[in-house]
Write a protein that binds this ligand. Structure first.
Ligand code: NAP
Length: 243
């Protein structure tokens, strides 16, 4: 039976992805901080899909514990999804470096730490897949979330290079770039409904892309075209736009 590790398994998107992969027959390691809160979800996955599901404690910022965490997984996973993330408060982050560092570390340093460990094992076994949840925010920095956006830009570049490095070993790396998603992260924010994905729809897009062998997936798909426009706005104009 194939196993999947979901990092950030309490996230709205991570939970939906775990359910869809369980429906594909994957047994699950649900990794999160305060992982005791995942007991009910594990029970649901076991009963509804007939797979094994266990919760494992993992703080993405506790880098020193990541190797031991991976070592403790038996059998080793055949795939990993990294869905942990932190939007944070950009105004605070521009004044208090501790907030900026937490945003950068949760969205970049921590994911790189755990995924490097998974990647090394997958390379050795010459199989596996890695799905990293980045963001369209990484494609062009804007004033309202330049710290988060820069961390996601780094994460997208990391995933791109990892894909380049692992493809010869038969290991797939998928970069996911959601636009707006209606999750706990964005609760209370107002987005145009037509541009906003529900986590279950985003998860379906991601699993479809995984099945089709895609490298990069935008969700909703329209964000791919929105970002082409945004990227091509001349800097002279872009710098004056208030968003
Ligand atoms: N929502 C959007 O509009 C949007 C857009 C683009 C990209 N994304 C990305 O999509 C991914 C999923 O986020 P979401 O929208 O589903 O939001 P979410 O429900 O807030 O999920 C974020 C998850 O990250 C986990 N996390 C934060 N710090 C952690 C740490 N130190 N160790 C372990 N886990 C930690 C949180 O754990 P706790 O449950 O313990 O707090 C939470 O479960 C994230 O990478 C996010 O950046 C979201």
């Amino acid at each position: 039976m194939a196993h999947l590790l979901v990092v950030g398994a309490k996230s709205d998107l991570g939970r939906e992805l775990a359910r869809l992969f369980a429906a594909e027959g994957y047994s699950l390691y649900l990794a999160a901080r305060n992982s005791g809160e995942l007991a009910e979800e594990c029970e649901h996955l076991r009963i509804r899909y007939g797979v094994q599901a266990v919760a494992r404690e993992l703080d993405i910022l506790e880098y020193g514990a990541h190797a031991g965490f991976y070592e403790s997984l038996e059998p080793k996973p055949d795939g990993v999804i990294c869905a942990a993330g932190y939007l944070g408060d950009n105004v605070k982050a521009m004044e208090d470096f501790r907030e900026a560092k937490r945003i950068m570390d949760t969205n970049y340093t921590g994911p790189v730490s755990i995924l490097n460990i998974c990647a090394a094992d997958f390379r050795k076994r010459a199989s596996g897949f890695i799905i990293g949840i980045s963001s369209v925010a990484g494609e062009r920095g804007k004033q309202s979330n330049n710290i988060y956006g820069s961390a996601k830009a780094g994460f997208s570049a990391y995933l791109s290079g990892l894909r380049n490095s692992l493809c010869k070993s038969g290991v797939r790396v998928i970069t996911v770039k959601p636009g707006y998603m209606d999750t706990r992260m964005t609760r209370g924010m107002k987005f145009p409904p037509i541009l906003t994905a529900q986590p279950e729809d985003a998860a379906r897009d991601i699993v479809r892309a995984w099945k089709k062998g895609r490298d990069v997936v935008y969700t909703k798909w329209i964000w791919k075209f929105i970002m082409v426009v945004i990227i091509h706005i001349p800097e002279k104009i872009f710098k004056k736009i208030n968003f």
